[in-house]
Design a protein around this ligand. Sequence first.
Ligand code: DXP
Length: 325
Amino acid sequence: MNILLNGESREYPEATTVARVITDIGLSGKRIAVELNKEILPFDRYEQQTLQDNDRLEIVHAIGGGQDDTFTVAGTRFHSRLLVGTGKYKDLEETRLAIEASGAEIVTVAIRRTNIGQNPGEPNLLDVISPDKYTILPNTAGCFTADDAVRTCRLARELLGGHKLVKLEVLADQKTLFPDVAETYVAAELLVKDGFDVMVYTNDDPIAAKRLEDIGCVAVMPLAAPIGSGLGIRNPYNILTIVENANVPILVDAGVGTASDAAIAMELGCDGVLMNTAIAAAQHPVMMAEAMRKAIEAGRLAFLAGRMPRKRFASASSPIDGLFL
Ligand SMILES: CC(=O)[C@@H](O)[C@H](O)COP(=O)(O)O
């Protein structure tokens, strides 16, 4: 039988249990949580769970602030579930400090608006955000057609020496900056055929999200609200449906305004959140970057822990049943 362990295929000659896989990879005895086919099995509840052919098992070390709680995009594992942009900062030093405080490992760069080598002689973002330290995620912000977006990704690939991971966004109009989903499909198909690993920005529409996954995108990134609006998650039920249907990482992208918005995205089961304005436009960007890092970790842990069911009526916090009064 075959299982997918943290995104990698693993063969077993016969049916096996989660406990056996954990022993095989040297983690027995540790307090961990696992995700089986997107469902969290916290702590010790997975032990005797028998795996089926093609089950997807993610190992999640939840204890200790998510130190080893990783997610995988295009075969690379990342510890930080917070992805950040580089626009709207006062200067490059503030950009550097905020990104450092965010703990982000993936940093997105608008190729049409940021110099990463295409304008020699001008300040180069890569001098402060080094590709040796961060995974640079070129994005196609400012592209309104599939052709433009594909051309921009190819330019990024040249500038970054064969880099395959890109964030595709094809926008429909200046006022809303909502994605043009039809053009996004076309661009995604062309880029996937051309060998790119495509993380794709889209509406909070479960049908569009699934279609982009089927096209071969390595991650799907539904908006929380319009880019730069800071309105937070407008449609949590759609985000939840997208997460439940997905076989690739789902990252909320755009419209987050403050730390609680980021935590809600994580509590809904998203794999991560990408944001820019909420940090860069805060009164204290570096402080907000740290708040966002903590919110992402707290939201993730709350998701793993599993929230209590909502109830319509009260139930006493200190039950007296069984007490002799
Ligand atoms: C930086 C980037 O890629 C933006 O296009 C992204 O969508 C972020 O949006 P916010 O600025 O609303 O966080």
